[in-house]
Design a protein around this ligand. Structure first.
Ligand SMILES: Cc1cc2nc3c(=O)[nH]c(=O)nc-3n(C[C@H](O)[C@H](O)[C@H](O)COP(=O)(O)O)c2cc1C
Length: 173
């Protein structure tokens, strides 16, 4: 099993994290705000779901920024990581869910493998996102501001990709 760690500024992400856990119940044993996480907890997992809301101007939330010095001490070699971000495609169309790219770059820099990282842009309307590589989002994207009714379905589609990539190979912790 693996764990999900999320960042949030105003709490919306917690509900999305619960939907993700429901859809990845065979892989995710616990969800936790990164504010309360210790680096040993991430180190112990061979599968991780990492994400949260995009804040500021395409930035990570404060809790993630506070955790980054600890994150830098973790080797992600051998770890599979699935990413997600909440954003607002109308209000922040010029930097939609861009924070996910910061996590993507960090996981790769630390030696991890990002899975389910070719998510379709179809259905979203925005001008720019840093979180696009080769024409696809690098992880799950949901918009609780404008399209909360689509979240469940978006999670389901992405979760199938995660299960294909990780299967049940994750080791219990
Ligand atoms: C001050 C502020 C800045 C934001 N910046 C961005 C942004 O740059 N890109 C984006 O896609 N969404 C942005 N958002 C939208 C949030 O990601 C969205 O409201 C999200 O659902 C908040 O989740 P949370 O309550 O877990 O923090 C911003 C929202 C606020 C209030």
């Amino acid at each position: 099993m693996g764990k999900l760690f999320y960042g949030t500024q105003t709490g919306t992400t917690e509900g999305v994290a619960e939907v993700i856990q429901k859809n990845l119940s065979t892989l995710v044993s616990e969800i936790k705000c990164i504010q309360f996480a210790k680096k040993e907890e991430l180190e112990a997992c061979d599968f991780l779901v990492l994400g949260g809301s995009t804040w500021g101007d395409g930035e990570l939330t404060d809790d993630w920024l506070d955790f980054f010095p600890q994150m830098d001490q973790i080797s992600f070699a051998g770890k599979k990581v699935a990413l997600f971000s909440l954003g607002d495609q109308t209000g922040y169309s010029y930097n939609f869910v861009s924070a996910m790219r910061i996590l993507y770059n960090k996981v790769i820099e630390l030696g991890g493998e990002v899975v389910a990282c070719r998510v379709s842009k179809e259905g979203f309307e925005f001008d720019h996102s840093e979180s696009i590589v080769d024409g696809h989002f690098v992880g799950l994207v949901v918009d609780e501001v404008n399209e909360p009714e689509l979240t469940e379905q978006r999670v389901q589609v992405w979760a199938q990709e995660v299960l294909r990539a990780v299967g049940n190979t994750a080791v219990a912790v």
